[in-house]
Design a protein around this ligand. Structure first.
Ligand SMILES: [Fe+2]
Ligand SMILES: [Fe+2]
Length: 245
């Protein structure tokens, strides 16, 4: 039994095709990702192949956001079927592109996908004696006004605290913290998210969202003040889920 993480699958599956010559499945996408970077070529096939080779049924995988380009569950049906069919227990965190996920309706998502997918938002999940806590987070990317950023950051800070608090109240003292966005904005040495990780004694902080060589080192990698920071964007990991525990 092991705990893994990977983020940013960025699915947009229209249909599956089988190439009879090689007896291999191919996925037809309405938004191919290799227009951004060749590393994404056939990324859905690669995710499926690597995941099935590496992840066992008893393992847990946290998927840290940007699951699908779909705008609602109906449009993303094939994407969710794809994730559901992968081995292991899958827990999903919300990313900035996850339009299907209304925060206020997370309970409804957990009901609808009960037994196959779990959704982490204002709640927590356990793995052995660890609480898996998290929220989308935010970092300043210069796309919005500072005021807007502060408003989102404060809301995300509150959501993260709610996740930590619920786990603490149930007696958990060991934490792994998950964010979609990097824990710090470029150049920052700390943030409300890193301070909260320290406050509750999180052992690891796992994040994704950063794509491409130019973005991979926007935030922390490795140990900072006793906490292990790890980037798990799927392109950074070459689509191989990273083992955390
Ligand atoms: Fe992404
Ligand atoms: Fe993202």
């Amino acid at each position: 039994m092991a705990l893994y993480a990977i983020g940013d699958l960025h699915l947009s599956i229209m249909r599956e095709k089988t190439a009879f010559l090689f007896r291999r499945k191919h996925y037809e996408l309405y938004k191919p990702m290799d227009v951004f970077d060749p590393v994404w070529r056939n990324h859905v096939d690669r995710i499926e192949r690597i995941w099935k080779r590496r992840i066992r049924l008893e393992d847990t995988v946290m998927i840290t956001g940007d699951h699908s380009w779909c705008k609602n569950l109906e449009e993303g049906e094939k994407d969710f079927e794809f994730i559901q069919a992968l081995p292991g227990r899958k827990i999903l965190l919300r990313g900035n592109h996850d339009m299907f996920w209304d925060v206020g309706k997370t309970d409804r998502l957990n009901q609808r996908f009960k037994g196959s997918l779990s959704f982490l938002q204002n709640n927590f999940f356990s793995y052995e004696d660890y609480a898996l806590v998290g929220t989308k987070g935010i970092c300043f990317e210069g796309k919005d006004s500072w005021e807007h950023f502060v408003k989102i950051r404060d809301r995300e800070e509150e959501r993260l605290r709610s996740s930590f608090e619920k786990a603490s109240q149930e007696g958990y003292r060991k934490f792994i913290m998950f964010l979609h966005y990097p824990p710090t904005s470029i150049g920052e040495q700390e943030s409300c998210f890193t301070r909260m990780a320290a406050e509750y004694g999180a052992e690891q902080v796992i994040y994704s969202h950063c794509h491409g060589q130019k973005r991979y080192y926007d935030s922390f990698h490795g140990e900072v003040e006793g906490i292990e920071y790890r980037l798990v964007s799927s392109d950074f990991l070459k689509f191989q889920p990273l083992r955390l525990l």
